[in-house]
Design a protein around this ligand. Sequence first.
Ligand SMILES: Nc1ncnc2c1ncn2[C@@H]1O[C@H](COP(=O)(O)OP(=O)(O)O)[C@@H](O)[C@H]1O
Ligand SMILES: [Mg+2]
Length: 443
Amino acid sequence: MTAAHAPTIVADAMKILVIGGGGREHALVWQFRRTPSVRKVWCVPGNGGIARDAECVAGDTSNVGELADVAVRLGADLTVVGPEKPLVLGIADEFSRRRLRLVGPSRQCAQLEGSKVFAKRFLERHRIPTARMYGVCESPADAYRALESVDWPLVMKADGLCGGKGVLVTASRDEASSFVERVMEKHELGAGGNTMMLEEALTGRELSLIVLSDGEHFVPLVPARDHKRAFDQDKGPNTGGMGVYSTDGIISPELERQVLETIVRPTFDGLLADGLQYKGFLYFGLMLTPQGPKVLEFNCRLGDPETQAIVPRMDFDLADVLAASADGRLDRAPVAWRPGASVCVVMASGGYPGAYQAGKKIEGLADAAKVPGAVVFHAGTELRDGINYTCSGRVLGVTAAGPDLAAARITTYDAVRRIRFDGAHYRSDIGLSQSKANGAAAD
Ligand SMILES: Nc1ncnc2c1ncn2[C@@H]1O[C@H](COP(=O)(O)OP(=O)(O)O)[C@@H](O)[C@H]1O
Ligand SMILES: [Mg+2]
């Protein structure tokens, strides 16, 4: 870096460490790479696609002491945490003890995601709209008994982290009983399933709203809508997310105000009232019910794939804003959004979300890169001898922004159709219903 030629950039040029190795982290890394105020990006552990945009560093993302050592060794100015696990394990506390700058909530704040019972009690205590809880079951016997006195359909939630597999919405007693057996007796989801919460089933459309906070001020990101089911028209099993879109007008300005006033602000006020200073991203999983917006869940981090659709709409310096959030000066951080829309389509391995095969050669990435405005984020790929291979269920997040949803869809699917790997599957209707509702031309 030649300081003499670019003094303003070098003066605050940052070196950033990103923790994680999926599509969300690739989107962050990709954005940092395009940011003049960033001069170095590392990613632990990264993946085959991230390796092109950042220096990947080996490390165990569930060993927070080791991650702090890595940040010190590399000389990172700022660490950004993608996944929930290190947050729930206390990475923010470890970094803070060692006076290292990090974006992410403390272990105690991360309980909003780490324990669904903790989150529900928080919501109830602060009268924030959410599904009514029927009860908390500490043993299988408790749970079988509780099934006698609930309304159907029923929502059953394992209390702890279960990698997106801990929730069942069902109208069937048999299915509910077998869920108790699998989760609480056979421990199929591990310790996260030792306690189970039962709650009322809500109806409506879902919305993801992610808010960045510095412990005092907060800034909402553009809302987005995830598609959880594996196949078109919301058919098939639940997945980690098969695609997501963001668009101006995704909700009306009144509804947006209602979400901020009845949910977001009371949440941050409630945290402070409980003596918790929440720093970092807080994800609100919302159900837009006929009675108004209600909280389904919190995540203590950015969503994936949501982040992949949100990042291309950012019209601000992400590194500066994240540093502002770590330093408690978010009120002075300029956050602006590109008008229009964005779409991210996940390309998954054959069989996903069930058993799938990995190690498939991915072809057509160079061809997809030729589509103007499209970008391919890597979620589960590895690079061997210059060739990309699949290595997990969700493989790629193909993304584009555009002046409206229909345009963003056209660009995204143009790129998607150029990519091939054995068994690949993706949904062809990401953003379609909203695009039609907006009166845009069907494509
Ligand atoms: N009370 C509810 N009523 C209706 N559907 C729900 C309810 N709670 C969760 N769901 C559905 O289950 C999905 C997963 O639940 P969520 O609470 O987000 O847990 P996780 O993401 O940890 O699996 C939600 O996205 C939503 O589709
Ligand atoms: Mg969820």
